[in-house]
Ligand binder design. Structure first.
Ligand code: CMC
Length: 429
């Protein structure tokens, strides 16, 4: 029997449909609320508001479960590659060998940047944050590839656009780093796969090829897979909202990069390492920082803890923590920041303040330890998150374009400012 919900407003009861998801998640469809009652709903921060239905990612925050297209991320992290996972997210299915080869060939074809785009890097201050450059460069791609500005695209055409964007972003990210250390750009190589090619552009020198160890490639592979999508988070919702005005893919993804940059979202991985360094410099006194975060008069937060939807251990953090230990052990690296992170986590998990609020380590808590061990500088951490999240943004843009129910995103508000008043000329104010 179809489930319905009844809502009584000022004595009048209306009947609303209930939507049920694959895993029995429930939503009351209030799209007729205003026309039936002249009321809207108010939900600051959208904690209870579904903006769409989606078949891309399933997440159960209470149980700590995350699936891409039905496949648990634990399996993907162990068995898949970033490019294959990107294909899965964007198309909905795992590729055959032929499909994967075609998809990968588009990456090779589009790896280089237009020579005029290289001038952009020269105009950006060497100390400028790489996310500012990444966002500007992604949006600027639209000027160099107008053939891909079309917004009435679907199916295979979006897949090609996605491969092109994923490939170009990798080159932009590596060149951004090269610019920041004032070193010449290292062009992509046709014979390298996605991650070795990225590391080659980052760390090779004109006369000296950098060959990454398999453990480094594997660790980065895992990180990118685990960041690839996370349903309706701040940056993905931004991509969808911008896209709902029929803006092109580049404009939408560029807006997604900006949303991700914030320290409460993808910028948190940079903040975590800076916090751990601060704790280290303060002699490793984790309790002092925990107390500061618990102080209701301080806005300070322990970065890398807490999540809007996870009220249990973030399943991504579990895998990343294990990979961080593994990578450091295999390379004989002793990083005091990992010890501080473990000590901080142990103390937080025992602390009533954090227990009561169900605050656990999130995806950003241990990822920086891995990036640091690979030699990626702190300011580039959010860029790494952005490379990882690209397939999700593309998949959501595609899903939104193909969904006939999509309307321009336009939330309402409750106005609380002045009631009507008269204009007062400046001399009389
Ligand atoms: N440290 C100390 N207290 C915290 C923290 C934290 N990291 N996170 C939440 N709280 C407290 C918060 O002060 C509030 O307490 P009270 O009930 O007394 O007012 C309560 O927990 C609920 O917090 P909230 O701000 O209402 O929760 P939210 O769902 O709006 O915010 C969050 C989620 C991730 C923005 C928040 O937990 C936070 O700021 N964490 C630190 C930043 C961070 O690590 N961000 C990365 C998130 S994972 C990557 C991604 O997908 O973006």
């Amino acid at each position: 029997m179809e489930e319905r919900a009844q809502l009584t407003v000022n004595g009048e009861t209306i009947d609303l449909p209930i939507i049920t998801g694959t895993h029995n998640e429930k939503a009351i469809d209030i799209s007729s609320l205003r026309s039936k009652t002249s009321h809207i709903t108010l939900d600051c921060g959208f904690g209870n508001t579904g903006a769409c239905t989606s078949a891309i990612t399933f997440l159960d925050g209470e149980k700590g479960v995350l699936h891409y297209r039905g496949i648990p991320i634990e399996e993907l992290a162990e068995k898949s590659t970033f490019v294959e996972t990107a294909y899965l997210l964007i198309t909905g299915e795992l590729p055959s060998q032929g499909q994967l080869d075609n998809f990968a060939a588009s990456f090779t074809e589009h790896a280089s940047l237009h020579k005029d785009m290289l001038n952009f890097f020269n105009g950006y201050p060497i100390t400028g944050h790489p996310m500012g450059l990444l966002s500007a460069m992604v949006c600027s791609l639209s000027g160099y590839h107008p053939e891909l500005l079309k917004t009435d695209v679907s199916g295979e055409e979006i897949e090609r656009m996605g491969a092109q964007l994923l490939s170009k972003v990798r080159t932009i990210a590596a060149y951004t780093y090269r610019k920041s250390i004032n070193k010449p750009f290292i062009p992509p190589r046709d014979d390298l796969k996605y991650i070795p090619n990225f590391l080659h552009m980052m760390f090779s020198a004109p006369q000296k090829e950098y060959t990454p160890e398999p453990a480094v490639v594997n660790a980065l592979q895992t990180l990118l897979i685990l960041h690839a999508d996370h349903e309706q988070n701040c940056s993905t919702s931004t991509v969808r909202l911008v896209g709902s005005s029929w803006a092109n893919l580049y404009a939408c993804v560029s807006a997604g990069v900006c949303a991700l940059w914030g320290p409460l979202h993808g910028g948190a991985n940079q903040q975590v390492i800076e916090m751990l360094q601060e704790i280290h410099a303060a002699g490793g006194n984790t309790q002092k920082f925990i107390d500061k975060a618990k102080n209701p008069n301080s806005h300070y937060r322990l970065m890398g803890f807490g999540h809007r939807v996870y009220k249990n251990y973030d399943p991504r953090a579990k895998i990343i923590k294990q990979r961080a230990h593994q990578l450091l052990e295999e390379h004989g690296i002793h990083d005091p920041l990992l010890e501080i992170a473990v000590k901080l986590e142990e103390a937080v998990l025992k602390d009533d303040y954090f227990k009561k609020r169900k605050l656990y380590p999130n995806v950003d808590f241990y990822s920086g330890i891995i990036y640091k061990a690979i030699g990626i500088p702190t300011a580039m951490f959010p860029v790494m998150f952005a490379i990882g999240r690209m397939p999700g943004w593309i998949a959501h843009w595609k899903e939104m374009k193909e969904d006939p129910k999509t309307r321009i995103g336009r939330p309402r508000q409750i106005y609380t400012g002045y009631a009507q008043r008269d204009y007062v000329p400046i001399a009389q104010r």
